[in-house]
Design a protein around this ligand. Structure first.
Ligand SMILES: [Fe+2]
Ligand SMILES: [Fe+2]
Length: 347
C-alpha cells in the first residue's frame, strides 16, 4: 500500500490511500466539506401537496413534459452516485477530498430520495410509475443520456471485455480519469441537470409546481457545489501535472460537451414536441449552448458557441435560492450561518 507523503504520492492523482490530515495538503477541499455540512436539508421539508392540484391543470403537452422530466430524475442521481464511489472516491487521493466526496454521496442519496418521493406523488398509477423508473431502458431520449454517462464510466466500471483501470499509473489513465471527472461535473451535473432545472423554473415562473421548485432549489444548490468541487480538483491537477492539459485533451472535452448538448437536445425535442408557450427546442438549444460555454470557460478554454441565456427565469436563480436557503435556516432552526458562499461560474 502506498503510504502518506512518500515521493510517489505527492500528487492528487498518484495511486494510493493517503490518510494524513495533518499537515493538511489540500485545505480548500476540507473547507468545501464544512460548507456542505452547513447546507443540510431533508426531503421531509419539501411539501408537494399543492403540486398534485397543479398537475391536474396542465395541458396534455405539459403533462407529457413533466412525465418525461420526472422519468429522467428517477435515475440521474443514482448514476452520479455510482460514479462517485467507483471512480472519484477511488482515484482522488486526498483524505480531505474524500471527506467532501463522502458528504456529496450523502447529498446524492437525498436527491435520490427526493425524486423517489416526487415520483410516488406525481405518478399514483403503479404501471406509469414502474415505466418511469425503467426509463433508461424504454424511453429513447433518456436511454441516450444514460448511454452517454455509461460511455465515460466504462473505463473505470469494467464490464464485458473491458478491464477497469485500477490505478492511475500512466498519463493515458490520468487523462481518462480527467475526462470522467469533467464529464460528470460539466456534462451531467452541469448540463443535463441544468437543462432539467430550467423546465422546473419555467413552471414556477407561471406559478406552478411550487413543491418541485422548492426541492429543486436545494438540489440546484448542491449540484452547483458538486460542480465547483470537481472543477477545483481539475485546477489542482492542472497545477500539479500541466502536461496532461494538452490540445488533445481540450479537443476531447469540447467534443464531449458537444455530444452532451446533442443528447440533451434530443431530450428537449421529446419533451417540447411542437413547442409550448415560453418553452421550445430552439430556446433550449440556446440555453444549453450558453451553459456549455460557461463550463468551457471555467475549465480555461474559449467559449465555443457565443450563446446567450434566453431564459430570464434562470438568471436570478442562484441569488434567489441562496436568499431562500438562509432565510429558511434562520427561521426554521435558528442556526447561525457563517461564512460566504460563491457560485464561481453559474447563473
Ligand atoms: Fe444530485
Ligand atoms: Fe451531484
Amino acid at each position: 500500500m502506498t503510504t502518506a507523503r512518500t515521493p510517489a504520492s505527492r500528487n492528487l492523482l498518484d495511486p494510493g490511500f493517503e490518510l494524513t490530515l495533518r499537515p493538511m495538503r489540500y485545505p480548500a477541499f476540507y473547507e468545501r466539506y464544512r460548507d456542505a455540512i452547513r447546507n443540510t436539508w431533508t426531503v421531509e421539508e419539501v411539501d408537494l401537496h399543492s403540486d398534485v392540484a397543479d398537475l391536474a391543470k396542465l395541458s396534455p403537452g405539459e403533462q407529457h413534459l413533466i412525465g418525461r422530466l420526472v422519468a429522467f430524475f428517477a435515475t440521474g442521481d443514482s448514476i452520479v452516485a455510482n460514479n462517485l464511489v467507483l471512480t472519484l472516491y477511488k482515484h482522488i487521493n486526498s483524505p480531505e477530498a474524500r471527506l467532501y466526496l463522502s458528504r456529496q454521496l450523502f447529498e446524492e442519496a437525498v436527491h435520490v430520495q427526493f425524486y423517489l418521493t416526487l415520483l410516488d406523488t406525481y405518478l399514483p398509477d403503479p404501471d406509469e410509475r414502474a415505466a418511469a423508473f425503467d426509463a433508461v431502458e424504454n424511453i429513447d431520449s433518456i436511454r441516450e443520456k444514460a448511454r452517454f454517462c455509461f460511455k465515460w464510466m466504462a473505463a473505470f466500471e469494467g464490464g464485458e471485455g473491458v478491464k477497469p483501470i485500477e490505478r492511475l499509473e500512466s498519463r493515458a489513465d490520468r487523462r481518462r480519469f480527467l475526462l470522467n471527472l469533467i464529464c460528470f461535473a460539466a456534462c451531467i451535473e452541469g448540463l443535463f441537470f441544468y437543462g432539467a432545472f430550467a423546465y422546473v423554473y419555467w413552471f414556477r415562473s407561471r406559478g406552478l409546481l411550487h413543491g418541485l421548485a422548492t426541492g429543486t432549489n436545494w438540489v440546484f444548490r448542491d449540484e452547483s457545489m458538486h460542480m465547483s468541487f470537481a472543477f477545483d480538483v481539475v485546477d489542482t491537477v492542472r497545477q500539479e501535472e500541466p502536461e496532461l492539459f494538452d490540445d488533445e485533451l481540450r479537443r476531447q472535452i469540447e467534443e464531449m460537451l458537444e455530444e452532451a448538448v446533442e443528447a440533451e437536445l434530443l431530450f428537449a425535442r421529446d419533451l417540447c414536441g411542437e413547442g409550448l408557450p415560453g418553452m421550445n427546442t430552439e430556446s433550449m438549444r440556446e440555453y444549453l449552448r450558453c451553459v456549455a460555454d460557461q463550463r468551457l470557460v471555467r475549465l480555461g478554454f474559449p467559449a465555443r458557441y457565443g450563446a446567450r441565456n434566453p431564459f430570464s427565469f434562470m438568471e436570478l436563480q442562484n441569488v434567489q435560492e441562496l436568499t431562500n436557503f438562509f432565510e429558511r435556516r434562520a427561521s426554521a432552526y435558528q442556526v447561525a450561518v457563517e461564512g460566504s458562499v460563491s457560485f464561481d461560474d453559474d447563473f
